[in-house]
Design a protein around this ligand. Structure first.
Ligand code: BTX
Length: 325
């Protein structure tokens, strides 16, 4: 609205100095109460404002905007992210990518949204995807691989994301099999891999990644605060989402081309170097029950190998794991 841009203009002129409520109300021509309401609206949009009695307000942090242009400008990939579908708000980027993939979208097409109203995790769980702070992205790829190998792509994606985060921030994230990226034991990233296939022929793989970037602790709902974290919470520094997306696409493209030419082994070695769950006693909750034992590695499919006291070595393809020691 006009008032909103006048308010932002006033702050921009103040150049980081405090602006009193009185000054603001004169500048934009509204009451002090209306000023207060506009300030609250700015906060909801992701602005951070410091309020000091008798001095007024100043903006300490602006929201990080994301758009197709921003992702495209400076992107160094050949195919990944060369076709961008961006929307401010969607139900789920996975759902849109599914439709695009079925309609024949080219490999490397990405769907990015600023906010998801129905972000999905595995097994019908929800993924909290508020606006202004995270990366909610789905990538469409069309590898010529057997269906059984698709879990490898989840591991490959995890490596690409960790490498990109290491490049763009001061963090050193860990990977927890199969799809979590953690910092200090809390979830920073979730990956959801889905596929469209027929018989043993993969038509497309849709890799969804959810990354908490600039959230503050209080931005997370209560029930997530003890398990979720963001780049900002962990590093104390804001991270530009479009830059991080570009880095992820570039790392992904390099690893994916390595994978297509040399197979899973080089990816597996990289993955193992970031994994925290290996050589630890873990408890895996699968659809068929709970398995407890030592995680000894992943096999060439990407399955987790667990050595148990009772049954020897078990291979699991999908589970939630908890590290015991
Ligand atoms: P998951 O099933 O491994 O994890 C889901 C669980 O993670 C939830 O049940 C909740 O406990 C926790 N959680 C929910 N939201 C968050 C969050 N923002 N940060 C940390 N923990 C959270 C992981 O599933 C796969 C998530 C993929 C999300 C992407 S976003 C783009 C794409 N579109 C879409 O709908 N999903 C994917």
């Amino acid at each position: 609205s006009g008032l909103r841009s006048k308010l932002l203009e006033a702050f921009s002129k103040a150049d980081g100095e405090f602006l009193s409520g009185q000054k603001i109300s004169e500048y934009i021509g509204c009451s002090r109460t209306a000023v207060w309401k506009h300030i609250e609206d700015l906060r909801k949009e992701g602005y951070e404002l410091e309020a000091v009695r008798r001095r007024g307000y100043r903006i300490t942090k602006k929201p990080d905007k994301i758009s197709s242009n921003e992702i495209q400008l400076g992107l160094q990939t050949k195919a990944m992210g060369r076709n961008i579908h961006f929307a401010e708000e969607v139900t789920s980027t996975q759902k849109i990518a599914q439709t695009l993939a079925a309609e024949g979208a080219q490999e490397g097409t990405i769907v990015v949204a600023d906010k998801q109203t129905n972000g999905r995790g595995r097994m019908a769980r929800t993924w909290y995807s508020p606006s202004g702070t995270g990366i909610w992205m789905s990538m469409i790829i069309r590898p010529n691989i057997p269906i059984n190998n698709t879990p490898q792509l989840t591991l490959l994606t995890a490596v690409a994301i960790v490498q990109a985060i290491e490049e763009e921030t001061t963090l050193k994230p860990d990977i927890k099999w199969p799809n979590d990226i953690l910092v200090n034991g809390k979830k920073l990233v979730g990956i959801l891999t889905e596929l469209q296939a027929e018989a043993d022929q993969v038509h497309s793989v849709i890799i969804g990644t959810g990354i908490n970037v600039n959230q503050l602790e209080e931005h997370f709902p209560e029930e997530l605060r003890s398990i979720a974290t963001s780049i900002y919470i962990e590093s104390g520094e804001l991270c530009e989402r479009s830059k991080l997306i570009q880095a992820i696409l570039l790392k992904f493209e390099a690893l994916y081309s390595l994978y297509l030419s040399k197979g899973f082994i080089p990816i597996k070695l990289l993955w193992e170097s970031y994994a925290i769950s290996l050589n630890k006693v873990i408890q895996a909750r699968t659809i068929n029950g709970v398995i407890e034992g030592k995680a000894i590695g992943i096999d060439n499919d990407g399955a987790l190998l667990i050595e148990t006291d009772e049954t020897g070595i078990e291979r699991i393809y999908s589970a939630d794991i908890e590290i015991k020691q």
